[in-house]
Design a binder for this molecule. Structure first.
Ligand code: FAD
Ligand code: UDP
Length: 400
């Protein structure tokens, strides 16, 4: 049976397709069904409804909108992120301006410390990290660069996530900051992962201790879920939460499908499962005003079972006598959170992608459907582009 949740927890969207005491609602015809209410699905739905005038049904198997960016107030009144810390950053004015239609922002520059045997040092590695770790007094970029150069091990062709780091900072810093963390996070050694994974984290010779250097860095003032609620608040958009695509597919006739779930699931795993890495989140509220001095502390040590701890009040600017934190425990089982960047996985994805390209009436968008380790802004950019292509195609066919 189709069950639409009457209230999305933390959301202010009224689901329009509602179950009634007297039975399921009469099926309505939609121009587009969008599977997934995360960034990919919400941007597609918003553009299709507002820009293309399409009637859209958004379906998500979870009982809430916002996908992995879902946040909500916990019992202590602190806005926490159900699926781990999400920090918005982008260099794209177009993407920032687009999202700014649906939210105000709270300026926030993300800072991360790494716990090395109890010593807290900036991550990404910067000059302060080196000085604190080795008791040095490197006082210029040149001095820090020379120090790193003396430790770096040349790698002929940088292929893996181990090569990237070892060639930049040498084996000792690699082992201290990257090897243990990566083995925990991905369940494999950095030498087995594509270089793009650890290349996300730069090495600095200055004292800039921000995690990101993007031009725009901010958090949605009332949270991600609130922003999504505004995106989806349109008379042409109906929302069906707590319902799987498999159930909704036949019940709600539609001309076009936008699919943002895992691509291998869509095709019934016919070539085998695409590997995704999962996490278990342990959310806690503690009876202290503050737990740690920054929003995120990374724990690279192999014998600490979690990878990082997030304290939300740093992100939200809230003040409260208590504080809420989340531990992240990597796991092979559970919801698919991370596509695993490796050549063999990409090859398997390409086989699914070939099937996807042959389906003119389905658009695949998002981190799971295109098997790309994308940040939120990249998914927004991808969805805006996918909508533009679809609108152009409909216009050419005289449909729009
Ligand atoms: P999702 O958010 O996963 O949405 C897909 C939705 O589809 C889900 O809600 C799912 O329930 C639904 N769905 C799937 N299959 C079906 C089906 N068959 N039927 C019905 N519904 C279905 N990015 C940043 O920019 N900054 C960060 O700090 C950051 N931190 C992150 C931390 C973690 C722990 C994780 C996992 C990701 C992080 N990201 C971050 C990445 C960010 O989460 C993604 O880029 C973004 O959420 C992807 O959006 P999406 O719509 O593609 O996928
Ligand atoms: N990484 C690491 N140590 C750290 C931070 C990152 O080894 O302290 C590696 C790890 O493999 C991680 C990758 O770099 O998965 C990318 O880090 P990022 O912080 O971008 O990961 P995300 O926020 O996407 O989980």
């Amino acid at each position: 049976a189709l069950i639409a949740e009457a209230t999305a927890r933390g959301a202010h969207v009224q689901p329009i397709v509602s179950p009634t005491a007297g039975g399921a609602p009469a099926p309505r015809h939609y121009d587009v069904m969008v599977v997934g209410a995360g960034f990919a699905g919400a941007v597609m739905a918003e553009r299709l409804a507002r820009e293309s005038g399409k009637r859209v049904l958004v379906v998500d198997r979870r009982p809430h909108i916002a996908g992995n960016a879902f946040d909500h107030e916990d019992e202590a009144g602190i806005l926490i992120h159900q699926y781990g810390p999400h920090i918005f950053h982008t260099n794209s004015a177009e993407i920032f301006d687009y999202l700014s239609r649906f939210t105000e922002w709270r300026p926030y520059a993300h800072r991360v410390l790494a716990d090395v045997n109890g010593l807290l040092v900036p991550m990404p590695i910067n000059r302060t990290t080196l000085n604190r770790l080795y008791g040095l007094d490197l006082d210029s970029d040149e001095a820090a660069a020379a120090f790193l150069a003396s430790r770096a091990e040349p790698v002929e062709v940088v292929r893996s996530s181990a090569d990237v780091v070892i060639s930049a900072v040498g084996r000792e810093l690699y082992e201290t900051f990257f090897q243990g963390y990566t083995r925990k996070q991905w369940g494999m050694d950095p030498s087995e992962l594509d270089k793009s994974v650890t290349a996300r984290v730069p090495t600095r010779t200055n004292c800039d201790d921000r995690y990101f250097t993007d031009q725009y860095q901010a958090m949605p003032a009332k949270g991600f879920t609130h922003m999504f609620a505004r995106m989806l608040d349109h008379p042409n958009i109906d929302l069906l939460l707590g319902v799987d695509y498999a159930e909704a597919r036949e019940a709600y006739p539609h001309d076009h499908l936008v699919f943002t779930g895992p691509i291998d699931e869509y095709f019934g795993y016919r070539f085998g499962k695409l590997p995704y890495r999962s996490l278990r989140f342990q959310h806690e509220t503690v009876d202290r005003e503050w737990v740690q001095e920054v929003a995120v502390i990374n724990h690279p040590a192999p014998d600490t079972p979690y990878t990082r701890v997030t304290e939300y009040k740093h992100l939200t600017g809230q003040s409260a006598p208590r504080s809420s934190i989340t531990y992240e425990y990597p796991s092979a089982e559970g919801d698919p959170y991370y596509p695993i960047p490796r050549a063999e996985n990409q090859a398997l994805f390409k086989r699914y992608e070939a099937l996807a390209l042959a389906q003119a009436d389905v658009t695949f968008v998002g981190r799971l459907a295109t098997y790309r380790y994308y940040n939120m802004d990249q998914v927004v950019g991808q969805a805006l582009a996918a909508h533009r292509r679809l609108a152009a195609r409909w216009a050419a066919a005289g449909e729009a």
